[in-house]
Design a protein around this ligand. Structure first.
Ligand code: HEM
Length: 416
């Protein structure tokens, strides 16, 4: 039986991305029996994919690649040009190994400890403040954490500027006008900052510990045995510290969850398994990355849809995390759903899907979980605070999403 692949009837749907936000793909695809849907964005014919089968196809490197999959405006702000996100094949696998080599059990334990230490410092600071906007403050907390973990010296007077730049790189890629221009400037400043440090490490003027991102990126050799260009090494170091700062969004959302579900607090404070389940549910439930792009490697047909070489394909990240075919009551916040979860590679995809080593799945997934566990444990065990009246709602139309108030807390004190 031939099944007709559903498609948008309108000529172009670029504006619908901004109108529908995180629901751009789910709205189109979830009421159909197939995992593929055709639309047009910026004049291009685009295939939208969703569901576990859609994710499997998207992460099949024999059928999809990343060359020219990301718009220039994203590379010039969020990721940096020619970095790991744009690579394919053996060169990508080799670069990915470099990132994965940073994620040893000892390094992850150290990240947990640095994060906890910084929560204690910040709790002291916040206890003399009338009101604390958790999102803003946790960005600085994580900038300090990220730099220490990566082996990057950070002078006290630099902290605010570096925090702002790392955040602006994340927030400005989808913006237009001055916010976007500032995001490009933030990337340029940040690349220059880290490039100088890479050169210092190579000359032996800056002591760097083996295993730290700054050392490993400075010393890495590509497949031809050549060191990375210093700017490229800097871009890859930024690919470690920038996303660590971005975890502040999950911290702000996690604070919302703790507040709206007070029954979770004691278990997050005391039960290690529940803490992990809570962190996973924060990553699944709250909106962060809406979708990701790849290009078709060669012509093929899948679910009766004729994919054409070089065609743009978008995978429905938010929609898969909320797909009722995968998750029971997906729009309920319920950490216990992870008690029986089998760790599937294509169902929980807030940081991409598939394997870590051969595909583009985020190598920072374990560090993210570590930082979230350290933060939620600290917040429930040691951080006393009130939640004053505020609007912490968020809109699925605004990407990236965030609680409107940034989540304000007051009367901060040590609990024990
Ligand atoms: C807020 C937490 C984070 C989120 C939501 C996130 C999300 C993502 C997503 C969606 C991807 C793309 C997957 C794909 O292209 O298929 C990705 C890739 C990547 N992430 Fe993360 N990430 C986070 C934290 C981190 C951290 C902490 C690090 C480093 C320590 C990191 C480093 C990277 C790198 C290097 C890539 C590129 C991987 C590749 O192309 O092979 N991320 N991340």
């Amino acid at each position: 039986m031939t099944v007709k692949v559903p498609k948008d009837k309108t000529i172009d749907n670029t504006l619908a991305i901004f109108k529908d936000g995180y629901n751009f793909i789910p709205k189109r695809i979830q009421n159909h029996h197939l995992d593929v849907y055709e639309t047009r964005v910026l004049g291009e014919k685009v295939a939208l994919l969703s569901g576990i089968e859609g994710a499997k196809l998207f992460y099949d490197t024999s059928r999809m690649n990343r060359k020219d999959a990301l718009p220039k405006r994203v590379l010039k702000t969020l990721f940096g040009e020619d970095a790991i996100q744009t690579m394919d094949g053996d060169a990508h696998t080799h670069r990915k190994l470099l990132f994965m080599s940073l994620m040893t059990p000892d390094a992850l334990q150290e990240l947990y400890e640095i994060t906890t230490k910084n929560w204690a410092h910040f709790t002291k600071k916040w206890s003399s403040m009338k009101k604390v906007t958790l999102y803003d403050e946790s960005r600085e907390l994580l900038c300090r954490t990220a730099c220490e973990w990566a082996g990057i010296p950070l002078a006290e007077k630099e902290v605010k500027k570096r925090t702002r730049d790392l955040s602006n790189m994340i927030d400005g890629f989808s913006a237009v006008g001055p916010k976007h221009i500032e995001s490009r400037r933030a990337r340029k400043r940040s690349e220059e900052w880290i490039e100088e440090l890479i050169l210092q490490v190579r000359k032996g003027n800056l002591e760097a510990e083996k295993g730290k991102a700054i050392y490993e990126m400075a010393m890495h050799k590509d497949l031809e045995g050549q060191p990375l260009d210093a700017r490229m090494a800097a871009i890859e170091v930024l690919n470690v510290i920038r996303p660590l700062v971005a975890i502040s969004k999950f911290i702000a959302f996690g604070a919302v969850a703790l507040h709206e579900h007070p029954e979770t607090q004691t278990r997050v404070a005391l039960d290690d398994e529940y803490l992990f389940q809570f962190a996973q549910e924060v990553r699944r439930y709250f909106p962060f990355v809406p979708f990701l792009g790849a290009r078709v490697d060669h012509d093929f047909t899948w679910q009766q849809y004729p994919f054409k070489k070089d065609q743009l394909v978008l995978i429905d990240i938010y929609g898969i995390n909320h797909d009722p075919k995968i998750w029971e009551n997906p729009d309920q916040f319920n950490p216990e759903r992870f008690i029986d979860w089998d760790g599937g590679l294509f169902d929980l995809v807030p940081q991409g899907g598939g394997g870590y080593y051969k595909g583009h799945r985020c190598p920072g997934e374990w560090p993210t979980i570590e930082v979230l566990q350290a933060s939620f444990r600290y917040m429930t065990k040691h951080l006393g605070y009130d939640v004053p009246k505020q609007d912490y709602s968020y809109s699925l139309k605004k990407m990236p999403a965030l609680p409107k108030s940034g989540f304000i807390i007051s009367n901060v004190h040590f609990k024990n």
